[in-house]
Design a binder for this molecule. Structure first.
Ligand code: HEM
Length: 463
């Protein structure tokens, strides 16, 4: 009897599950939608997506093609893995394909954050941002600051075991705070850093506003960061001193053709720190890893940097011409971003019902422009799983139409050249001063983010 009850129980559960799955499929079976599965009500296929990662995408593509529907991260979503279509989506924001980042991210980064604004407001905010981080600014101001900071930060590593993940995060954050307002050397630094880490966690969480949730903490962290930045702005206004940094430039509305309110200035600063922090630090960490694993590439990169050092006195910083001469280093950075896939893709959403690839995508659906697979396309990158920076010495690879490492269209990363300058400067001081060995045994995750959960440890000795 007990056995029969168990069997009946199992059958009942299976029936309910199958009915729920079926109901969820029928619910989304609107005419014109692309093929695909929607998984469970509310949760969709999020668990499979997070567990199987890139394999989930590849399996779905094998069943439904490069353009399929799913339900991930709380939203009905179209996944686009088609390079041509991805290009079209990135190029056509004006047709109603605007950024579709999760609510927690938009709430915590602020309503003037660049991902939250569209049309002419986006153009204006982006212009203001570019005026701070353009190649001219890198040449005239930012490179010297980056050099000064990284040069001093990379001293005394000799004979030490370094967690390179932790260090590259610290360097990326401090370097951007130095460029923004010299915060890295002020009493504000520690509190800012603590709040910033909470803010980052909050943006990656579900928007559940209960005490103790990461979302609530992230939101509180945003308020604390705003208070610190407001105080800094007030102090500068009272002292009337001029400052040669990003905040100084944003506050001098007479010189700067972009006149922003304090609220916009603060959201722009949060945008700069947030967007550059993880991308730059992860690229730096993975470059250290790949160079360690590929001595031939390390030798080539070191040759390039020693040649630069030979032209200089030991105390001379690297300058714009040095940076421009780092052709192989640039190639290492591209190859690292490609092979590690630092960014898997970008999110968009539809502002109206629209036709795409012969299907009708309803208003408000999210589109995951999944660019990861393009990085391993053997036609674009022969032997795609080999670390081969030399392939990038052919300049045309950087300008090919499916180069999405830094996004594309109107949202193409405005920090691309600054990011490259920061990683290059870091590699300059690392390879000219040190050699390093991996301690070994550290785990490295590639999805959904590239990270070493317990750190990536290297033993460093002087070169
Ligand atoms: C080397 C590392 C970097 C990588 C791989 C990278 C990648 C990307 C990608 C893929 C996008 C497109 C996002 C989208 O279309 O929704 C993007 C946008 C953006 N990036 Fe970067 N980025 C890097 C460094 C930086 C740095 C250093 C900064 C700032 C100083 C920055 C600021 C931004 C901003 C503000 C946007 C949004 C632009 C807009 O919406 O108009 N990035 N980045």
């Amino acid at each position: 009897m007990a056995f029969l009850m168990v069997v009946l129980g199992v059958v009942l559960v299976l029936c309910i599950c199958s009915a729920l799955l079926r109901w969820n499929e029928v619910r989304y079976r609107k005419k014109g939608l692309p093929p695909g599965t929607m998984g469970w009500p509310v949760f969709g296929e999020t668990t499979e997506f997070l567990k199987q990662g890139p394999n989930f995408m590849k399996n779905q593509r094998a069943r439904y093609g490069s353009f399929f529907k799913s339900h991930i991260l709380g939203c009905p979503t179209i996944v686009s893995m088609d390079p041509e279509l991805n290009r079209y989506i990135l190029m056509n924001e004006a047709k109603g394909l605007v950024p579709g980042y999760p609510r927690s991210m938009l709430d915590i980064l602020g309503k003037c954050n660049i991902a939250a604004v569209h049309g002419s407001t986006h153009k204006y905010m982006r212009g203001a941002l570019l005026s701070l981080i353009s190649p001219t600014m890198i040449r005239d101001q930012l490179l010297a600051k980056t050099d000064e900071f990284i040069r001093s930060h990379l001293s005394n590593w000799d004979d030490q075991i370094i967690n390179i993940q932790e260090k590259t995060k610290e360097i990326a954050l401090c370097s951007s705070l130095k460029q923004i307002a010299g915060i890295e050397s002020s009493s504000m630094f520690q509190p800012f850093m603590t709040e910033f880490f909470k803010l980052v966690l909050g943006t990656l969480s579900l928007p559940i506003n209960f005490p103790g949730t990461n979302y609530r903490r992230g939101f509180q962290a945003r308020k604390n960061i705003i208070a610190m930045l407001r105080q800094l702005i007030e102090e500068r206004r009272t002292s009337q001193e001029t400052h040669q940094d990003m905040l100084g430039s944003l506050m001098r509305s007479d010189e700067n053709r972009y006149e922003l309110t304090d609220e916009e200035i603060i959201d722009l600063i949060i945008t700069i720190v947030y967007s550059g922090y993880e991308t730059v630090s992860t690229t730096s960490m993975m470059a250290v890893k790949y160079l360690h694993d590929h001595p031939g590439a390390l030798e080539e990169v070191r040759k390039e940097h020693l040649a630069i050092r030979e032209r200089k006195r030991p105390e001379d910083p690297i300058d714009w011409n040095d940076l421009k001469s780092m052709r192989f280093t640039r190639a290492v950075i591209f190859e690292t971003s490609r092979l590690a896939t630092i960014v898997n893709g970008v999110l968009r959403k539809t502002t109206k019902d629209m036709e795409l690839n012969g299907f009708v995508i309803p208003k408000g659906w999210r589109i995951y422009v999944y660019t990861r697979e393009i990085n391993y396309d053997p036609f674009l990158y022969p032997e795609p799983f080999t670390f081969n920076p030399w392939r990038w010495l052919d300049k045309s690879l950087e300008s090919q139409g499916y180069f999405f490492i830094f996004g594309g269209g109107t949202r193409l990363c405005p920090g691309k050249e600054l990011g490259i300058a920061e990683v290059s400067t870091f590699l300059h001081y690392l390879v000219t001063r040190y050699r390093w060995e991996e301690i070994g045994g550290d785990k490295l995750l590639k999805f959904p983010r590239v990270e070493a959960p317990n750190g990536l440890h290297i033993r460093v000795s002087s070169y």
